[in-house]
Ligand binder design. Structure first.
Ligand code: ADP
Ligand code: MG
Length: 232
């Protein structure tokens, strides 16, 4: 599903430059649940932004579902992003004046989908995160964990093939973090591919595979001996 080959990323700031990714190669397969870890500044967000087609690598190849997105123009990249990617951020980025359902439906407006269908699909996405009954509430009427679940529902509303989350529990207490991680687990069990960044070991323990970045390279990449559920 995701194939990265020798991905490099250099930021240029005037006469100064900083190479953040120094040749990252990895594959992520359909329906994997991956945690990306590493020290602060090791390039986790940079890599996530590339995976999410929010940014392009300086060099290297990124094949997403069979197409080479590393050399795409911005318009095509935006297209891929809208169709394939759901992104959840640490800052929830909900609009305060909109209800949960309206926030979740937002990405569908750009797809030109009519209001009735937008609301139906928003409700369906809210149901997936266990929040259908909160659909008419605004963010300030919800807890941090509920707000993050609304953000997850928004990321799911386009039925993306891959869900990316950059420190999704960074602003949550540990009990709420566990609830949010369980939601990601359910989403993965329902057939999605999930990649999330965390710096907390106990959060990463929810994932089946842990990739650690250090100094712009993959340091370790460990998949748990899985007790695969053959019935799934
Ligand atoms: P992490 O998410 O692992 O903490 P980041 O990918 O955010 O790491 O950042 C890696 C390095 O790249 C840091 O030194 C950061 O300051 C730098 N960096 C990130 N984004 C930019 C940018 N847009 N321009 C310049 N430098 C950046
Ligand atoms: Mg980061």
């Amino acid at each position: 599903m995701i194939h990265l080959e020798e991905i490099r990323k250099t930021y240029y700031m005037g006469s100064h430059s900083l190479e953040v990714l120094k040749g990252v190669s990895l594959d992520i397969f359909k329906n994997e649940y991956v945690a990306l870890m590493g020290p602060s500044g090791s390039g986790k967000s940079t890599l996530m932004n590339i995976l999410g087609c929010l940014d392009t690598p300086t060099s290297g190849k990124y094949i997403l579902n069979g197409s080479d997105v590393s050399k795409m123009a911005d318009d095509d990249l935006a297209d891929v992003r809208n169709k394939e990617i759901g992104f959840v951020f640490q800052q929830f980025n909900l609009l305060p004046r909109l209800t949960a359902a309206e926030n979740v439906a937002l990405p569908l407006i750009y797809g030109g989908i009519g209001k009735k269908e937008r609301m139906e699909r928003a409700l369906e996405a809210l149901r997936k995160v266990g929040l259908a009954e909160r659909s008419q509430h605004k963010p300030n009427e919800m807890s941090g964990g509920q707000i993050q679940r609304v953000a997850i529902a928004r990321a799911l509303v386009n039925n993306p093939s891959i869900l990316l989350a950059d420190e999704p529990t960074g602003n949550l207490d540990s009990k709420t973090s566990v609830e949010v991680m369980e939601i990601f687990g359910q989403i993965q069990a329902a057939g999605n591919t999930v990649v999330l960044v965390t710096h907390e070991e106990d959060i990463a323990a929810f994932a089946k595979r842990v990739i650690r970045l250090r100094d712009g390279l993959v340091e370790t990449d460990v998949t748990k001996d899985s007790t695969h559920n053959v019935m799934a």
